[in-house]
Design a protein around this ligand. Structure first.
Ligand code: GRF
Length: 209
């Protein structure tokens, strides 16, 4: 896409382990981006403390202070623009983003989801997988569109689901692959050589760089 580091916003609601994975990969020079702001809808998100300590700007945009989703979306867009963000990674951000947000950063928003989409979209994907009795699950990095967890898929990795897994055990196994594929998927997207074709990401030469 471009040679300069891409100004990136990371949106979180909680712990922020994917934020840490992204920041680590960027610091190690593996991803051509720089995090210009970490935004949370919750003041108590643990990931904000990590960002503070790492010297990354933070902002809190509490969803409860906005009457409608479009108003909230616009407030988020304003905050991101004020920090110069050009690309967005959702990392455990627990709000659904509408067209006002998605259009402002069209094809420039990624999310990581703890299942092999399109299976088990929505909340508590790991529990859904266990309740369904699947023997494989995993993680998906995808572009964000207004349809929940349904945007074009960038990268996936699978993990086995063991017969005696509980939600916690499966979540931990999936989280490891999230931390591996999210920075790699971001690197691939920022490196260019792709386009969106319907619901698919197509890579130049047929496979990602
Ligand atoms: C991850 O499992 C991610 O897939 C989901 O929310 C969780 C966030 O974890 N969207 P963390 O805050 O990145 O540790």
């Amino acid at each position: 896409m471009e040679n300069r580091p891409v100004p990136l916003a990371v949106l979180i609601s909680g712990r922020g382990s994917n934020l840490k994975a992204l920041a680590g990969a960027i610091d190690a020079g593996r991803v051509p981006a720089r995090i210009v702001v970490v935004v949370s809808n919750r003041r108590d998100a643990a990931g904000l403390a990590f960002a503070d300590e790492a010297g990354i700007a933070t902002a809190v945009v509490p969803h409860r202070e906005y009457a409608t989703r479009p108003e909230y979306d616009r407030a988020l867009v304003q905050t991101l623009r004020a920090h110069g963000a050009e690309f967005v990674c959702l990392a455990g951000f627990m709000r659904v983003l509408g067209p006002d947000f998605c259009d402002a950063f069209a094809h420039r928003i990624l999310n990581v989801h703890p299942s092999l989409l399109p299976a088990f979209a929505g909340a508590r994907a790991q529990r859904q997988a266990i309740e369904h009795g699947v023997t494989l699950s995993g993680a998906t990095v995808h572009f964000v569109t207004p349809e929940l967890d349904a945007g074009p898929i960038v990268m996936q990795a699978s993990v086995p689901v063991q017969p005696d897994d509980d939600e916690e055990a499966l979540s931990a196994r999936i989280l490891e692959v999230e931390h591996r594929i999210y920075p790699e998927a971001l690197r691939r997207i920022l490196s260019g050589g792709w386009h969106i074709d319907g619901r698919r990401v197509r890579w130049a030469g047929g496979s990602p760089v």
